[in-house]
Design a protein. Sequence first.
Length: 261
Amino acid sequence: MATSKNWTKAQLKLAFHLYCQLPFGKLHKTNPEVIRLATLIGRTPSAVAMKLVNFASLDPAITSTGRKGLAGASNLDREVWVEFHADWEGLAIECEMLRRDLDPSPTMDEADELFTSEDFTGETRTVVMEQRIKQHFFRRAVLSSYGGRCCMSGVAEPRLLIASHIVPWSKDKQNRLNPSNGLCLSAIHDRAFDQGLITLSDDLKVIVSDELKRRNDQFIRTVFLPLEGGVITMPDRFIPDPAFISRHRNEAFIDNRKAIG
């Protein structure tokens, strides 16, 4: 990708794509992923790191905590920000394809396995590949926002963590990859949330269902009941959207489903 003084839209999309997937504390020039992107687009690691922090200055989750990012975001930066929020799925795929055009060599990323897999061919392979790319982007975006820890239990083992959808994948196509529709949860907390056994209030406090409270189960009493009324650990970016939280509480939470039924 040719270098010029001004950033191209494709370069900005790749930068924002990376911004979404890196923890806030790793938006610096010595990060290997920053260096790799800089090499691919013909810019310095310092320039890429600066652009990532420009994007941070547009992020309400960053600025609302008193952090400012780096002033100087351009109109094109803002345009890319808005486009991503309007079409997370399309732009996640587009950016992955842009990256692969610049560097077709395989990496260790989960999505890359699809390009060497012999299990799928033709149209099926394309569909599965795109699905994995989307899942990979959403997982990285959500887990990095929460610092790689379950926001309810604090568990930090990556193999036990799930990028959990607040509004299920099948219920809201437009927000399937929106990181504000995600929570970082351990596998068991994800299962309880998905089944509507726990939910969140508008101020992001955990609500435990009456069904769990009635269980005479030591594990449930030890793991779930102490969560009641506690505020989840807030993410560095992509704070859960109140509209998604409300939908989960009203549509998925088992106590409310019973009340409606």
